[in-house]
Design a protein around this ligand. Structure first.
Ligand code: HEM
Length: 166
C-alpha cells in the first residue's frame, strides 16, 4: 500500500498521533467494558448493587476524555494523511460514530451515571430515595458495539471513496 501521507508531515509526528489514537480508542473500549461489568454484575448478584452503582459515576470523565482524545487524534491523523476526513467512507463513518457517541455520553450517560451513584449511596446507607433504579445496560452495549465496528473498519479500511473528485 502507498504511504498515506498527504504532505510532508514528519514520520514521528504521524506515528505519535496514531499511537495516541490507538491508545485512546483502546482505553475507551476498556472503560466501556468496565462500565458493562459494573452494570451487569448487580443483575446477577443484587448484593453488589450498592458497591457497583457507587463506582459508576467515577467513569464519566475518563470515558468522555478517552472519547474526545479518540476524536482529536483521529481528526489529526485524517488531516495529516491522504485518508482525509470525508474522503473515504470508513473514516467519515468513524467521524460520525465518534461524534454521535460523544453526544450520547454527554446527554444520556452523564445523568444516568449520576442517578446510579445516588441510588447506590442511598442503598448503602439505607436512606430512602426517590431516584429510580436507572436502566443503564444500553450505554455499554451500544457504545462497545459501535467501537468494535469502528475498530474493524479501521483495520480493514474498506475500499470506496466518498467522491472520485476528492
Ligand atoms: C469511533 C472511534 C474510533 C475507533 C475505535 C478507532 C480505531 C482506530 C484504530 C484501531 C486504528 C488503527 C488501525 C491500523 O493502524 O491498522 C485507527 C486508525 C485510523 N483512524 Fe480511527 N478510530 C476511531 C475514530 C476515528 C475518527 C473520528 C477518525 C477521523 C475522523 C479516525 C481516523 C483514523 C485514520 C485516518 C486511521 C488510519 C491511520 C493510518 O493507518 O495511517 N478514527 N482507528
Amino acid at each position: 500500500m502507498r504511504d498515506p501521507v498527504r504532505w510532508p508531515v514528519p514520520v514521528a509526528a504521524r506515528r505519535s498521533m496514531l499511537t495516541l489514537h490507538v491508545v485512546s480508542t483502546a482505553a475507551w473500549l476498556g472503560l466501556d467494558v468496565a462500565l458493562g461489568v459494573l452494570v451487569f454484575v448487580p443483575m446477577a448478584n443484587p448484593a453488589l448493587t450498592a458497591a457497583c452503582y457507587q463506582v459508576l459515576p467515577l467513569l464519566f470523565w475518563p470515558v468522555l476524555t478517552a472519547g474526545l482524545l479518540a476524536l482529536l487524534s483521529g481528526v489529526g491523523i485524517g488531516v495529516m494523511t491522504r485518508w482525509g476526513l470525508v474522503r473515504h467512507w470508513w473514516v467519515a463513518a468513524k467521524l460520525v460514530m465518534n461524534l454521535l457517541l460523544l453526544v450520547l455520553i454527554a446527554l444520556l450517560l452523564h445523568p444516568a451515571l449520576t442517578d446510579a451513584g445516588e441510588f447506590g449511596r442511598a442503598l448503602a446507607t439505607g436512606t430512602p430515595t426517590t431516584v429510580e433504579v436507572p436502566r443503564i445496560f444500553m450505554p455499554p452495549v451500544v457504545s462497545t458495539t459501535v467501537l468494535l465496528v469502528a475498530t474493524v473498519l479501521s483495520v480493514w479500511k474498506p475500499k470506496g471513496r466518498v467522491s472520485r473528485r476528492r
